[in-house]
Design a protein around this ligand. Structure first.
Ligand SMILES: Nc1ncnc2c1ncn2[C@@H]1O[C@H](COP(=O)(O)OP(=O)(O)O)[C@@H](O)[C@H]1O
Ligand SMILES: O=C(O)C1=C[C@@H](OP(=O)(O)O)[C@@H](O)[C@H](O)C1
Ligand SMILES: [Mg+2]
Length: 176
């Protein structure tokens, strides 16, 4: 996998704070391909921030929009595509991901909470006990991330550029 070579779509999944948006953008830059983030698509589609969709319309409506936005992005985007942390909860999305190269960026609870703690943009983690919420979220989702992953990269204690190196090496290794 080298800069400028056609990559199709490389999808980035993982828990909130894993660095899907940050590392995904850097990975796209490294590969010389466009970057797209489904959360940004959802904000544009709904015409309001994700936190407002959750409070005004509820999580099920957010997930409905998310499913559609993921399917559309997978069908149309050529480059790196970051999903939101909960996108893999939908079976239909996991089925679509089976056809794609998927990078699972993992992060432990302590580091995930530290990285997301200062943001009010993640309504699911805005409750009174973000550590317990994050732990429950990891327990429920780890098998789902692993079900769809082509490669899994641990991001704890690694800086984004080093993570990009690891992703490129792991994907090249998979390509054989
Ligand atoms: N490897 C990393 N080391 C330290 N901080 C990171 C790392 N990756 C991301 N971050 C920071 O964590 C926060 C969440 O990153 P983001 O890319 O939005 O994650 P995600 O899209 O997976 O939720 C941001 O403030 C970002 O700068
Ligand atoms: O984990 C989740 O369910 C969510 C993660 C968020 O994206 P990031 O994983 O990019 O923070 C965003 O899609 C929404 O707040 C729901
Ligand atoms: Mg993100």
């Amino acid at each position: 996998m080298s800069p400028g070579a056609p990559v199709g779509v490389v999808v980035v999944v993982g828990p909130p704070g894993a660095g899907k948006t940050t590392v995904g953008e850097l990975l796209a830059e490294r590969l010389g391909v466009p970057f797209r983030d489904v959360d940004a698509d959802i904000v544009e589609l709904a015409g309001k921030p994700i936190s407002d969709i959750f409070t005004e319309d509820g999580e099920p409506e957010f997930r409905r929009i998310e499913c559609e936005a993921v399917a559309r992005a997978l069908a149309t985007h050529d480059g790196v595509l970051a999903l939101g942390g909960g996108a893999v909860l939908a079976e239909s999305t996991r089925k679509l991901l089976a056809e794609h190269t998927v990078v699972f960026l993992n992060v432990g609870m302590a580091e995930g909470v530290r990285r997301t703690g200062l943001s009010t943009a993640r309504p699911l983690l805005a409750g009174v006990n973000p550590r317990a919420t994050f732990k429950a979220l990891l327990d429920a989702r780890l098998p789902l991330y692993r079900e769809v992953a082509t490669v899994e990269i641990d991001t704890d204690r690694h800086e984004p550029p080093a993570i990009v190196d690891e992703v490129v090496t792991a994907l090249n290794h998979k390509e054989g």
